[in-house]
Design a protein. Structure first.
Length: 498
């Protein structure tokens, strides 16, 4: 095994960047903010400043020890990381197992010219960590490591450094597939991210106040707001609460969208990778090997779909289905399909192919699953009314609202069902509140499973599952004819045996 020469020694082992000594303690302090707040304000001890100094000294020591005890190197065959003082850990991953390289620079890292390098291997088995993290290396070093780890054309671990360039320059031959359009901001309020952020902030504030023994309702502004709501009718309270959530949620969603997708560009690199660069405060660069790509997924949450918007994600080995697989922010649906075609190197998006509808029995099953729960809720409220536990209006309102909504939801879930078998792709669509259209390369399907529940057997229906080593690992064709499911399995097996 030949190891890469490095200034830290002939064996190739390198330390993290020494500027980490300034970044790591600050990161640890952020984690201990609630504890520091408690130490400052809780109790009447005259020695509480010693607790604060002790906590600060502890986090600084942790940062120094992490830098002193962490080493890494890249050889022709493996990437290795050693860390730990009392409990030493030596992690080693074959380079041919590397699936993705994620380079992230938070504001503090950017101030010192540093980045965090995360190497994804695609392992998701219990008890195994499929990721190596180097926190932190210089931005130029992270770019060199990214190019080295994703370079399959040479056996020399240092050769990629000659072509990697700087952390910001792009190599010749880079082609742009998509870039941010600020007209897409109109889709931000349809993602509900702002509402989730408000809930997280409120929950965090509640926890901090609880830690220092202060009730949230003790604050004058909060007490005044509670008194205002107490003196108003329930209808006005609901309208005010919904209005606040809409306005604050929309503003929060806009801010989160800008922070996450500022400077977004999707490019195809000459080294055979797709690269997503984005972020305002926290810059992020995710590289994905095209040869690991097995398909794409176009996702349409209900509100985003109502606004004719969608997201696009990669279905690739090692990328999973989370943020790392994202190829496009919430954007017009047409742009999502266009990016899907560009990523797959297709002239026509397979994700827009005409889909075969599922049998009428699938509609009955969806109506049963939506209408029955709604009927149970209405019946329970009606029983409570009969027992004088509740007034009449709750069950009457529930019947007027839940009944039609359940029927519409069931019909929409059925209309969203569909599949198509193309020359090179299997296209599957399902879901209503979160509709997903997956275009999966037939060559990437490694298994086919057909299952039937008791109720499906009564209607001669089945669920067929395409199994792949990419994305979530399995994609279902819900409630199709049993004969059709078996026939598709044979056709796909023939295709993969070619």
């Amino acid at each position: 095994m030949t190891s890469e020469s490095h200034p830290d020694g002939g064996d190739g082992w390198a330390r993290l960047d020494p500027r980490m000594l300034a970044v790591a303690p600050a990161q640890e302090v952020v984690k201990f903010v609630p504890l520091l707040v408690v130490a400052l304000f809780a109790g009447n001890s005259d020695n509480r400043h010693w607790w604060v100094l002790g906590a600060l000294g502890g986090v600084i020591t942790i940062g120094v020890l992490r830098w002193l005890t962490t080493r890494y190197r890249i050889t022709t065959e493996r990437i290795e990381v050693r860390s730990g003082l009392l409990f030493r850990q030596h992690r080693s991953v074959p380079r041919d197992r590397v699936r993705t390289v994620d380079v992230t620079a938070k504001p503090l890292h950017r101030a010192f010219g540093l980045s965090v390098l995360q190497v994804g291997t695609g392992q998701h088995e219990p008890g195994k960590d499929g990721e190596l993290t180097l926190n932190a290396v210089s931005s130029a070093e992270s770019e060199r490591l990214r190019a080295t780890l994703l370079d399959r054309s040479t056996a020399s671990p240092g050769s990629a450094s000659d072509t990697a360039g700087s952390a910001t320059a792009e190599p010749p031959g880079t082609s742009e597939l998509a870039r941010i359009s600020w007209a897409w901001l109109r889709f931000a309020p349809l993602t509900l991210l702002g509402v989730a952020a408000i809930g997280a902030l409120f929950g965090g504030a509640w926890q901090v106040f609880g830690e220092i023994g202060v009730g949230v309702d003790d604050a004058g502004a909060v007490r005044g707001l509670i008194d205002w709501f107490t003196d108003r009718s329930i209808g006005l309270v609901i309208v005010a609460a919904v209005g606040f959530l809409l306005v604050a949620g929309s503003l929060g969603a806009l801010a989160l969208y800008v922070e996450a997708w500022w400077g977004y560009r999707l490019t195809r690199q000459p080294d055979g990778t797709l690269r997503v660069n984005r972020g305002l405060l926290t810059r992020r660069s995710v590289s994905l090997e095209e040869r690991r790509l097995r398909g794409v997924e176009v996702v349409e949450p209900l509100l985003l779909r109502a606004g004719r918007g969608a997201r696009c994600s990669a279905v690739a080995t090692g990328s999973g289905s989370g943020d790392r697989a994202s190829l496009l922010p919430p954007a017009p649906r047409a742009d999502a399909h266009r990016v899907a075609a560009a990523v797959l190197r297709e002239d026509t998006p397979p994700s827009t192919a005409p889909l075969r509808r599922h049998p009428a029995a699938a509609l009955r099953r969806r109506l049963v699953r939506t209408v029955v729960p709604a009927a149970v809720v209405v019946a329970a409220l009606a029983v409570a009314d009969g027992a004088d536990a509740l007034p009449t209006w709750p069950w009457v309102t529930a019947a007027a609202v839940l009944g039609p909504a359940a029927v519409l939801l069931g019909v929409d879930r059925y209309r969203s069902l569909g599949h198509a078998v193309l020359d090179e792709y299997l296209v599957v669509r399902s879901g209503s509140l979160l509709r997903r259209t997956v275009a999966l390369r037939r060559s990437g399907i490694i298994g086919w499973r057909v299952s039937q529940s008791v109720f499906q057997r009564a209607s001669d229906l089945a669920t067929a599952t395409a199994i792949t080593a990419a994305g979530v690992g399995a994609y279902d064709l819900l409630d199709i004819e049993l004969d059709r499911a078996m026939d598709l399995g044979e056709r796909l097996a023939v295709h993969n045996d070619r």
